[in-house]
Design a binder for this molecule. Structure first.
Ligand code: F6P
Length: 418
């Protein structure tokens, strides 16, 4: 099959951690690679900006094609609305022949949904939509801080998602929480939804032979190492995590133990919003008197990142809302249990007591209790949790089977639209 991904803001070759680049980039890249390995051809249409090249290969059979859209520099995903029609028109006029021979158009996130739909309606092709994050669910947890609604533009986003979901021929969601919301909150026909989780590239992550030895090699000498990673974005809940840390450190000190928290400090040249958030985090750590227990790490190479995943005793995902949580699958593939937010996709990934715990990051007492519970388990129980975490990554999150199931959705569209 020939598959067109439409994804204006999320470039599959962008480095996760940059503004508006995260799990969705990894998802699109890995699904494209694995579809191509299975003999399909994938083209990802995304935005051309900065010093990116108009065309780049992802793997044999999968490529990125970039088109200008709006101003030349970075554009927040929330501000893309007015330029999406222009983007779809540019893609169609340049790639019409290929698009006419394609089997399915797959829109990612609402900006991708709008462009896939515009192209699909123009050329009579079936359209699949993956929201990656749903406006209605995000708004419940993160209302717009701007009284005019200019930060998250929920007005445009929610209306667009409803319309895309009504018109799409197929919908892929990464989890059941979102599946329910698609039906109950957005009026989506349940018959056209397929639930297919995200994945992890098992060959890229490693389980440490002995976590303690690896921690010492990396220069961490406390009894425990806690690890979290993500863009410096309030949506990732790092500030909430800091609020939980004094209680964690006190609890450990009572048991005669200590911990280091590995916290990201963003990119070398952060955008103003990122810089402001970093300053808030560092000031708050100081005010809470916990800076001594925090190791702020700059942007890391893939290898260094993976070492920290496997060295950590516990991975933390404190987002007030997390649509899926690919980072949890990465932690599991590294043999590392997690404490993750109870809000969103993680509740379907984590089996509490087996491979981690779920807690509300906005309740510092609850979140810190979950961390302490995981750390203070007797060593044989902790080793069992590590083994369960890895087994889950192996059994549930292989990209190859994700891609097979996504391809089945495209196959099932035969005869729809077109
Ligand atoms: O754009 C970065 C990103 O993390 C995507 O990977 C993901 O799809 C999206 O943000 C989630 O967006 P929202 O902030 O709307 O929940």
């Amino acid at each position: 099959m020939k598959i067109a991904f439409f994804s204006p803001h999320s470039d599959p070759l962008a480095e996760p951690g940059q503004p508006d680049s995260g799990g969705q980039c990894i998802y699109e890249r890995q699904v494209a690679i694995h579809l191509a390995r299975q003999g399909h051809e994938v083209r990802v249409f995304t935005r051309l900006w900065g010093d990116k090249r108009p065309q780049e290969s992802i793997a044999d059979g999968a490529a990125v094609h970039r088109y200008p859209m709006g101003p030349p520099g970075f554009l927040r995903k929330e501000d893309m609305g007015p330029y999406i029609a222009e983007f779809a028109a540019a893609v169609i006029s340049d790639r019409r022949v290929w698009l006419e021979s394609a089997d399915a158009f797959h829109g990612h996130y609402w900006d991708g949904g709008v462009s896939a739909l515009a192209a699909g309606l123009s050329l009579g092709k079936p359209v699949v939509f993956t929201a990656h994050s749903l406006g209605a669910l995000k708004r419940d947890r993160l209302p717009d801080p701007d009284p005019e609604g200019a930060t998250f533009r929920y007005d445009i986003r929610l209306a667009a998602e409803r319309r895309i979901l009504g018109a799409a021929d197929g919908v892929i969601t990464l989890g059941k929480v979102e599946q329910r919301a698609l039906v109950e909150r957005c009026g989506c026909d349940p018959g056209k939804i397929a639930v297919i989780p995200g994945g992890v590239e098992l060959s890229e992550f490693r389980v440490a032979g002995d976590k303690r030895t690896l921690q010492r090699e990396l220069g961490f000498n406390t009894d425990y190492v806690l690890f979290t990673v993500g863009r410096l974005d309030p949506r990732k809940g790092f500030l909430e995590l800091l609020e939980a840390m004094p209680r964690v450190l006190r609890g450990l000190a009572d048991a005669g133990m200590s911990a280091t928290l590995l916290m990201p400090m963003g990119q070398e040249r952060p955008a103003p919003a990122e810089m402001a958030y970093r300053a808030r985090l560092q000031e708050r750590a100081k005010a809470l008197g916990i800076e001594g227990a925090i190791h702020w790490f700059p942007r890391l190479s893939d290898e260094a990142l993976r070492q920290r995943y496997s060295a950590a005793d516990l991975f933390l995902c404190p987002s007030p809302y997390e649509p899926f949580g690919l980072v949890l699958a990465e932690a599991f593939a590294s043999g590392t249990p997690v404490v993750a937010t109870v809000h969103g996709g993680p509740s379907e990934i984590v089996s509490p007591g087996e491979d981690g715990y779920l807690a509300d990051p906005e309740d510092p007492e609850e979140f810190s209790s979950a961390i302490l519970k995981a750390l203070l388990l007797p060593p044989p129980d902790r080793r069992k949790m590590q083994a369960c975490a890895f087994a889950k990554a192996e059994n549930r999150f292989a990209w190859e089977s994700v891609a097979t199931r996504v391809a089945d959705v495209y196959r099932g569209l035969d005869g729809k639209a077109g």
